[in-house]
Design a protein around this ligand. Sequence first.
Ligand code: GDP
Length: 375
Amino acid sequence: MFESLKKKLTSFLGLKPKKEKKTKKTAAKPAKKAKAKKQEEKEVEEIIEEAEKEPEQENKPQDVLQEAKEEKGIASVKEEGWFTKLFKKAISVKLTQLEFDEFFQGLEITLLENNVALEVVDRIKESLAKDLIGAELRRDEAEEFILKALKKSILSILISPPDIIKQIKEKQGVFVIVFFGINGSGKTTSIAKFAYKLKEHNISSVLAAADTFRAASIEQIQKHGSNLNIPVVAHTYGADPAAVAFDAIQYAKSHNIKAVLIDTAGRMYTKANLLKEMEKIIRVSKPDLKIFVGESITGNDATEQARTFNEAVGIDGTILSKADVDDKAGTILSVGYITKKPIYFLGTGQEYKDLKEFNAKDVLKHLGLEDEDEE
Ligand code: GDP
C-alpha cells in the first residue's frame, strides 16, 4: 500500500504524527463526539463550496507515470525537515516560490504513486501554489493551513453529481441511459446494481441487451434480469445494437416502465469505429444520460478510456467499479478531471447493493487525508 498523503505531509514537514483520532474518539463523550463531527463536516462543506468556485483549467498533454517521475527528478527528493528549516528563525514566515516547490516535490511522488495523472498533479500544484505562495504561515497553524489548502485543491477537481434518482423521477416519460465502457470493466454488473437501486426507489426499469457482440453477454444480462425480476429486451448475437435499444424503449413505453438501461459492447476500438457504432445507438435511443463505466483499479488505463469515450460520445458522467479492490483515489481524480463530468457511483463489491453514491469526501479518505471512520 502507498503511504497516505497525510502521513507523507506530516513526515515531510518534519512533524511528529498526531495522536490517532480513533483513540481520541473512543474516549470522547457522545455529545462531544457529535459536535466535533459536525464541525468537521462543516469544514469539509466549506472546502467543497470554495473548491467548486474555482475556474476549470485547460487539459494539458498527459505523460506516463515513469516519465513523469523522471522528468520531475523525484528520485532525488529530500523528504525531511522542511518544516523545521522553515521555522528555524521565526515563528511566522511568508512562503516563497522556492520553499513551495521544495514542499510540493515531497508530495508529488505520493500523488503519482496513487495513480493521479500528471496533468492532475500539475493542476493541484497550481491551485496549491495560489493559496500557499506568499501566505503568512505560523508555526502552530501551518500544518492545518497546508492540509486545508491541499484538500481544497483536490476537491476543486471534482464535480458533485446531480441527484440521478430525482432526475429520473422528474422526467415526463421514459428515462434512457446508455452505458459505455470496455469489456470486463464491470459495465453489466453496474447496470444490474443500478437497476436494483432504482427498484429500491420504486422506479421500474427494463434492461436492453445491446451488447450483441461478446459471447455470453446476453445470457449474463438475462441472468441479472431474472435475479432482480426486471425485464430484459434482447435480440440474437450479431444483431444491430441500436435496434435492441429501440425495442427496449418501445417496450418501456408500452408497459409504462420508467427507465431504460442500455448495455453496449465494449470492444477495444479505434476511435473512428467506436464513434460510428456509438453514434447510431445514441441517434436512435436519444439518451437522457450517457454513462462511462471504468475500473478504478486500472489507473491511467481508465483515465485514457474515459478520455476516448468522452471525445467520441460526450459522456455525462462516470461509474467507477471495483473501488473495493484497491487504489481508487487517483483514478477518481484523474477521470473526473479529464472528463470534467461528475462521478455518479463507485462499485464497491459484487453484490447488487454494492453501488455507493459518490461523495467527494471519499477521495480525501482514500488519499489518507481524512480518516476512514469519519463518515
Ligand atoms: P463488463 O464486461 O464490463 O460488462 O463487466 P462485468 O459486469 O461482466 O464485470 C466483470 C467482472 O468484474 C465480474 O466478475 C464482476 O463480478 C466484477 N465486478 C464488477 N463490478 C465490481 C465491483 O464493484 N467490485 C468487484 N470486486 N468486482 C466487480
